[in-house]
Design a protein around this ligand. Sequence first.
Ligand code: GLU
Length: 505
Amino acid sequence: MSQQKVRVRFAPSPTGPLHIGGVRTALYNYLLAKQKGGDFILRIEDTDSQRFVPGAEEYIIESFQWLGIQFDEGVSFGGNYGPYRQSERKEIYKKYVEQLLNAGLAYYAFDTPEELEAKRTEIANFQYDASTRMQMRNSLTLPEEETEKLIANGEKYVVRIKIESNENICVNDLIRGEVVINSSVLDDKVLFKSADQLPTYHLANIVDDHLMEITHVIRGEEWLPSAPLHILLYRYFGWTDTMPQFAHLPLLLKPEGNGKLSKRDGDRLGFPVFPLKWKDPKTGEISSGYRESGYLPEAVVNFLALLGWSPGNDQEIMSMDEMIRLFNLTHCSKSGAKFDYEKGKWFNHQYLVKKDDKEIALLFMPVLQEHQINADIAYVEKVVGLVKERVTFVKELWEQASFFFVAPTQYDEKVVKKRWKDDSAAQLAELAEVLKSREPFDVHGTEDVVKAWIEAKGYHLGNIMNATRLALVGESKGPHIFDITATLGKEETIKRIHQAINKLG
Ligand code: GLU
């Protein structure tokens, strides 16, 4: 028998911006699909119209585009199992609700919100289940004609699954192993609502996983309590043979490690919990995103991949291809992963340093333009190569490298006091002469010549270098001094030296 093709899905509900934990869930699905030569599907679970937020679907699609996580099928990607938006699959679900009703595995319930509320006050910890359903107003307790009449009269109803009590249901989880849950803790969940003619999450999710031939359901652990119900649904439909394998991922925890990572943690500690910036359409509130905060998508992906999974050794920096090769669900941790955002910055630095200078230069160009600098890309590339080791984000390059684009107009007072000696002006005037006749104005040749001159004169190397740096940079920072001179060029270097002599005397 040929092996079944791996098909996994990411199935977000468009209720707001995609949380970074959701991105990790999608990433793990993607890694598994690519490793197995399978398909990765984007399904939008929008059957809860109450919670629908405009723009959320577009946001989700744009996020994955930015992150370089590609779908093979789904909303906006097409495919043979569509439509992939659940709100467009209404008619499909009805048939399956009918099937359960006809088989006596589900029933109509007419209880009004008031009636349910009354029961809740009457019975402590009320749950609509085998122990209570016969006290309620549903097709199990009403005469058949009455049920038919109510439906014909357009009375509002829901369809509930009928769950028998006291049966152990075993979830075989690829990460957690066997998780046994007794059916008595489950309630007769609503599967369909006549009011909007829409199924609830549980029914739509199972029907779609089946019809879309999903082989693995990889999702957050908040869905583990729903898994027994889902297993029952597969059984009720007679689909147990093709039931997907489950893998419930551990939570992303607060950086301190106690409790689930929330947007408030991000606000409190100053890091984004969303891939892209998000503006709440109702409140106008803005939440920061990794993209706008200057993170490289590769760094974000690498960082997230290791929150809950490791390749089994110390390797941390991995390309997408490597992660695809190494990924293994059974190496995922059962316990929550602390969201160490400082580590996220570390990843960004690593990726920035690894990147081509040219690529970074292109990312730096807009920052330069913000500072009214129109520089030649080749020059920017050279500068980037000299300072990229010192930054975490592209925008920080400006702090490190602005002097390559604008000559200092003032000099750091403390540095002047310490580094501009009585003889600095005279010595730098001589240095300017030495530099003038130097050709080519390269890094090492120039360094040799200058050092030879200092030695011949018996000057103090450190003093001259410090004063020169002050003249060229305006303070005491920056890369190797002869890298600076070679990059600025002869004319600019000499000009800055003369300017410092004039200003500092
Ligand atoms: N729509 C659910 C969510 O928003 C999907 C859960 C699942 O993957 O089954 O997370």
